[in-house]
Design a protein around this ligand. Structure first.
Ligand SMILES: Cc1ncc(COP(=O)(O)O)c(C=O)c1O
Length: 395
C-alpha cells in the first residue's frame, strides 16, 4: 500500500531514547525489583474534587459535542489566570483548549511552519519537538545550551542560527530535561531577535508553576510580543493530570482563528466533562498543586545533595521542573553505559539524555516525581553501584 511521504517525518531521531526504560519496565512487570526514575510520571494524584467534577459532569449529561476551541467558561478561567500571572489583558477568544500541551505544540507548528521553513530550538529539548516540527514540514535548527551555562542558550548563538528561512523559535522554560529556567535578560534578547527578524516565539510553559527560587517569566510580556508570542501550557505536570489530556495555547487573535479551524478538522474539540473538571482544578489550585512544589523542592535538594558528593558524579539542583540531571562524565563511562550497568546491577532505571540533544551528553535524567521511600532507596543503590566503579577521582 502507498503512504504519504510525510509519514517519515513523524518520528524524531530519538527512537532509542526509551530503550533503558522499556527494558526496565519489562523487568518490573516480570516481578523484578526495579525502581523507575526514567519516565516523567508523578506520584501525586489528581485531587478528588477534580475527579468528582468530571464524574458529576458526566452524570449531568455533559456528553454532547464540545465548543471547538474550548468551553467559554474554561477559556475565561485560563485567560484570567494568564492575566493575573503576566499582567497582560487576554481575551478568552485568544485561548484554544487542546488535548494537552503536545497537541497545542503540534497545532501551532502546523499553523506557523511551511515546508522549507526553519524553527530554531535550543537543545537539549523535549523529545517530541523534532517530530512535531518536521510533521509540519519545518526543519529544526538546534542551538546548544551548555551545561557550564546552566543549560541556558546564548542570544548570540540563537542570533547566528537565524537565516532568511527562520520562521519561529520554540523552547520550553523551565526545560525538560535540564530544568533550566530562562532569565529575563535571555528572554529579552530572544524577544528582540524575534522583533528584528519577524519571527514567532513559541513558549512551552508546562513546568511554569514548578520553579525553585527562579522567576518564571512568560516571554509574552516582553515588548513587541503581543503579535508574535504563543504561550502553551497544560494541567499535566502542575496538577498531576497528565492522563486527562488537557492543555491550551494562548495566541494572537488571528492565529486563534487558524487554530480553531485546525482543531475542528483534527479532534473537534476536547471532552466537555474533562473541561468541567479542568475549571475546578484551576480554581482550587491556580498555581499548581500546593504541596507538589515543596515536595519536589525537598527531593531535589536531597537527591542532588547526596549524589553530588559521590566520586565521579555531579548533580546540580534543577532551577525548575521535575527532573534532576546527573552528570556521570567524571566516571569515564558514557551515560548509556552507566545507565545500562546501573539497571543490571541495582535495578534503577534512569534516562540517558543525549537523545534530547548533544549538550546533554554524559547526563542522566532522574525523575523527582517518585515516592520518597523509593527515591531514597534509588539514590542508595546508585551509590552502591557507583562504589563498584574503579576510577581515580580528585574528590
Ligand atoms: C517540555 C514539555 N512540553 C510538553 C509536554 C507535553 O505535555 P502534555 O502532557 O501537556 O501534552 C511535556 C511532557 O513531558 C514536556 O516535558
Amino acid at each position: 500500500m502507498k503512504y504519504a511521504d510525510r509519514v517519515d517525518s513523524f518520528c524524531g531521531e530519538a527512537t532509542d531514547a526509551w530503550d533503558i526504560h522499556v527494558t526496565a519496565a519489562q523487568r518490573k512487570s516480570e516481578g523484578q525489583d526495579i525502581i523507575l526514575l526514567s519516565v516523567g510520571n508523578t506520584d501525586f494524584e489528581t485531587p478528588e474534587p477534580v475527579v468528582e467534577a468530571a464524574y458529576n459532569s458526566l452524570l449531568r449529561g455533559r456528553t454532547n459535542y464540545p465548543t471547538i476551541s474550548g468551553e467559554l467558561d474554561l477559556r475565561q478561567v485560563i485567560a484570567e489566570r494568564h492575566s493575573r500571572k503576566t499582567g497582560l489583558q487576554v481575551s478568552p477568544d485568544q485561548v484554544l483548549v487542546t488535548l494537552g500541551a503536545q497537541h497545542a505544540l503540534y497545532n501551532v507548528a502546523q499553523c506557523l511552519l511551511d515546508p522549507g521553513c526553519e524553527a530554531i530550538v535550543p537543545e537539549p529539548m523535549y523529545l517530541t519537538y523534532p517530530a512535531t516540527i518536521n510533521a509540519a514540514g519545518g526543519d529544526i535548527v538546534r542551538v546548544a545550551s551548555r551545561a557550564e551555562n546552566d543549560f541556558h542558550p546564548t542570544v548570540e548563538d540563537i542570533a547566528s542560527a537565524i537565516t532568511d528561512k527562520t520562521r519561529a523559535i520554540f523552547f520550553a522554560t523551565p526545560n525538560n530535561p535540564t530544568g533550566a529556567v530562562y532569565p529575563r535578560k535571555l528572554l529579552e534578547g530572544i524577544a528582540e531577535l524575534c522583533c528584528e527578524h519577524d519571527l514567532w516565539l513559541v513558549s512551552d510553559e508546562v513546568y511554569g508553576d514548578i520553579t525553585y527560587g527562579y522567576e518564571h517569566i512568560s516571554p509574552a510580556i516582553l515588548p513587541g510580543m503581543d503579535s508574535r508570542a504563543v504561550t502553551i501550557s497544560s494541567l499535566s505536570k502542575s496538577h498531576a493530570m497528565a492522563g486527562w489530556r488537557l492543555g491550551w495555547a494562548i495566541v494572537p487573535m488571528e492565529l486563534a482563528g487558524h487554530l480553531g479551524r485546525l482543531i475542528l478538522c483534527g479532534t473537534y474539540g476536547s471532552p466537555t466533562f474533562i473541561q468541567d473538571a479542568a475549571i475546578v482544578a484551576l480554581q482550587e489550585n491556580p498555581d499548581g498543586l500546593a504541596d507538589m512544589k515543596p515536595t519536589y523542592e525537598d527531593r531535589r535538594l536531597r537527591v542532588c545533595g547526596f549524589l553530588d558528593k559521590l566520586p565521579g558524579l555531579s548533580c546540580k539542583p534543577p532551577q525548575g521542573g521535575m527532573f534532576a540531571m546527573l552528570d556521570v562524565r567524571g566516571t569515564g563511562l558514557s551515560a548509556q553505559e552507566y545507565a545500562t550497568r546501573l539497571l543490571d546491577d541495582q535495578g534503577v532505571a534512569t534516562l540517558p539524555t543525549t537523545p534530547f540533544g548533544p549538550s546533554a551528553t554524559g547526563f542522566l535524567r532522574l525523575n523527582l516525581g517518585v515516592e520518597d521511600v523509593l527515591l531514597d532507596d534509588a539514590i542508595e543503590r546508585i551509590a552502591a553501584f557507583n562504589g563498584t566503579l574503579n576510577f581515580f577521582t580528585a574528590k
